[in-house]
Design a binder for this molecule. Structure first.
Ligand SMILES: *Cc1c(COP(=O)(O)O)cnc(C)c1O
Length: 359
């Protein structure tokens, strides 16, 4: 606290990212990064950048990247917005499209950055509880909107975080049909690991915005690239916010690497397949050890072991150099651990550490 702070700084509750400790030999399963390195074509594209060119500002619109993303998803370049990680893209969405008089709706258990942005931008919110089984009930959103006479927008992750549970596309369509008057944001950070993307609904629904990141399924969390897709007028709102904030969110190296990543479909498909196969083996291994695992379509699982304390398990794993994520709040997820899918060897290390703890 300092007398030099702007008034708003005192009221903020910043997001707390998962730890990035510098401990050798750590099995790091706490932030849902890809356990494999990115496509070699990404590194080649970055290395191939002319160092002389770094003297010059990058393309403020990152057109080459928007064109590559548009081609991959069957969209026009005007339907794509890119930013410095999808967190930045989300921030611009909150500012540009979700800041209205009526409260923004999101699940009570979801990506914990959403309430942080809402607070930063002074957006009223209403958290809609997930069902007992942690599924998202579309009817609850439609009913809440009726009760409060509309909403300022709806945002959720699909698959949800930290549960990993997917929402079927038919349910997303039903939500869009019942909610034509405000923006619906589907954060698809983990969609490539087994959920159905809503990108195909963009032509039909002018209020739909779909957000992707290169941090998870493209193994590029360190490059900081994310993007949003929607009809051109929604994208234009985001561009207006961006150009009032930072004209060059993506540097030359990030643009070159991201284009190569989007274009390397073979690496992408092989890597997602590998992660999904390891996830299934990890789920079976956890179940054998008495865990209840929520159905995951992501590169992580959310699991609890009746009779074991979530925080104690996480601490025990940490002592054995296996890092997982534990959330103390809200109360009903406190028994759970969120465990990222690692390599085969990391999965063996996780299961061996659990055996040691439970012995
Ligand atoms: C990881 C994650 C993001 C942020 O991704 P970046 O592109 O690395 O900023 C956004 N939403 C959800 C749900 C995530 O889990």
């Amino acid at each position: 606290m300092s007398r030099y702070w702007s008034e708003i700084v005192r009221t903020l509750t910043p997001y707390v990212p998962g730890e990035q400790p510098k401990i050798d030999g750590l099995v790091k399963l706490n932030t849902n990064e890809c356990p494999y390195g990115p496509s070699e074509k990404v590194l080649a594209a970055i290395a191939g950048q002319n160092s002389e060119a770094l003297r010059l500002y990058p393309d403020p619109q990152a057109s080459a990247l928007k064109a590559a993303i548009a081609r991959r998803h069957g969209l026009a370049e005007s339907q794509v917005f890119v930013g410095n990680g999808s967190d930045e893209v989300l921030a611009h969405i909150f500012m540009g499209l979700l800041r209205h008089a009526a409260p923004l709706l999101y699940p009570d258990i979801s990506y914990s950055f959403y309430p942080v942005y809402a607070k930063l931008y002074g957006i009223a919110t209403r958290a809609i509880p997930l069902a007992e089984d942690f599924s998202l009930r579309v009817d609850d959103y439609l009913q809440a909107s009726r009760e409060q006479g509309g909403n300022g927008g709806i945002i959720f992750a699909n698959p949800n975080a930290p549960t990993g549970m997917p929402l079927p596309l038919a349910e997303i369509r039903r939500l869009l049909q019942g909610n034509p008057d405000s923006v619906v944001v589907v954060d698809e950070a983990y969609v490539d690991f087994g959920a159905e993307s809503a990108v195909g609904l963009i032509a039909e629904f002018p209020q739909l915005l779909v957000v992707h990141t290169l941090s998870k399924s493209r193994a590029l969390a360190g490059l900081r690239v994310g993007y949003a897709m929607g009809q051109a007028d929604l994208i234009e709102a985001l561009t207006r916010v961006k150009d009032s904030f930072n004209s060059y969110p993506l540097d030359r190296l990030a643009i070159a690497g991201a284009v190569a990543a989007i274009e390397d479909e073979a690496w992408f498909e092989a890597t997602c397949r590998k992660v999904i196969a390891t996830r299934e083996r990890m789920v079976a291994g956890l179940q054998t050890r008495g865990f209840q695992v929520l159905p995951s379509a992501a590169n992580f699982v959310f699991a609890q072991r009746p009779g074991s304390d979530g925080a104690a398990l996480a601490a025990g794993l940490r002592e054995r150099k296996v890092l997982v994520r534990h959330f103390r709040a809200p109360e009903r997820i406190a028994p759970f651990l969120r465990i990222s899918v690692g390599t085969e060897a990391q999965t063996d290390a996780l299961l061996a550490a659990l055996d040691a703890i439970l012995a």
